[in-house]
Design a protein around this ligand. Structure first.
Ligand code: SAH
Length: 279
């Protein structure tokens, strides 16, 4: 069943030819009962963690602009701004100029309710896996409400670290040759953005199922995890070598469950109960 009208054809007004902008766009906006849906590609943020090669940053910006995405966040880039990034952006300078640079992953994703992490690798403790196409549908469905969502990409040599994947609700795998599955960073960005672009143009965007109670934001999830771990530590619940794996499993369990803000309050109360000193 179609829950949201098919609208997106028009990407971003700033890219529309001026005649189109002045004549047709107001009509389209007027006719659109879900204005946020119309712009939903704008709410999807591409986050590059510790990109090492400025050329990849430029190529990622270009990949984004070709697919009408514009929100780029760089976490601790080795070199930025850079001439090489500009060269490889090949005209997508506006994306580079408006890119945000942050030191902490939390600053890049804290306000998002949905965070997905791209990794070709399966690192033991499983996340729920999406391929790029399924991920695009999910991202667009959830950003239709106007909330930002983030797609994180790892550094070139070692990829997304476990502690970054722990902060994601889902892992995204771009299906590829089993024996050679690691794409170049900017190519991975291109494929994910392409799927987003296609999905936004396609039929039937599903609105989030829980409109009444949205999942908590990433920073609130972090706050809860820290509280829970403190409580568990006060009981020496997870010790020795198993502590790290145990915490990762707990994080991924709640990451999948995606508790709402109300449920997070409840979970904080539970953590206080567990805590030896009731904190
Ligand atoms: N050598 C790294 C790969 C780095 S490629 C490794 O083994 O993990 C840079 C980034 O591109 C990765 O961190 C990931 O975010 C993305 N990427 C590359 N290939 C991918 C694939 N097949 N599926 C999902 N993401 C991929």
């Amino acid at each position: 069943m179609r829950t949201v009208p098919q609208l997106r054809r028009v990407v971003h007004p700033s890219y529309a030819p001026s005649r189109f902008r002045s004549v047709y766009l107001p009509l389209l906006l007027y006719a659109n009962p879900y204005p946020e849906t119309f712009m939903s590609l704008d709410h999807v943020r591409i986050v590059l963690i510790e990109p090492q090669h400025p050329g990849n940053i430029g190529a990622a910006a270009r990949a984004m602009k070709t697919m009408s995405l514009s929100q780029l966040v760089l976490v601790r880039p080795r070199e930025f701004p850079s001439f090489e990034a500009e060269r490889r952006a090949a005209g997508a300078d506006d994306i580079l100029n408006s890119a945000q640079v942050v030191d902490d992953v939390g600053d890049a994703i804290g306000d998002c309710r949905l965070v997905v992490g791209c990794s070709a690798r399966n690192r033991g403790v499983l996340h729920e896996l999406f391929d790029a196409r399924q991920c695009a549908a999910q991202l667009l469905g959830e950003t239709a409400s106007g909330d930002p969502a983030a797609v994180m990409f790892g550094t070139e040599r070692t990829g997304l670290e476990n502690h970054d994947l722990d902060r994601c609700n889902y892992q995204v795998v771009i299906p590829a040759n089993e024996k050679f599955s690691s794409l170049n960073l900017a190519s991975a960005v291109q494929l994910v953005c392409y799927e987003l672009f296609m999905a936004a143009d396609g039929p039937a965007l599903e609105l989030p199922k829980r409109v009444a109670e949205y999942p908590g934001r990433e920073k609130d999830m972090e706050h809860f995890f820290n509280h829970l771990v403190r409580a568990l530590d006060s009981r020496e619940f997870l010790e020795g070598e198993m502590r790290e794996v145990g915490i990762m499993k707990i994080r991924r369990l709640f990451g999948r469950a995606r508790p709402s803000e109300g449920e997070l309050k409840l979970l904080h109360s539970l953590s206080r109960l567990i805590h030896k000193d009731g904190q």
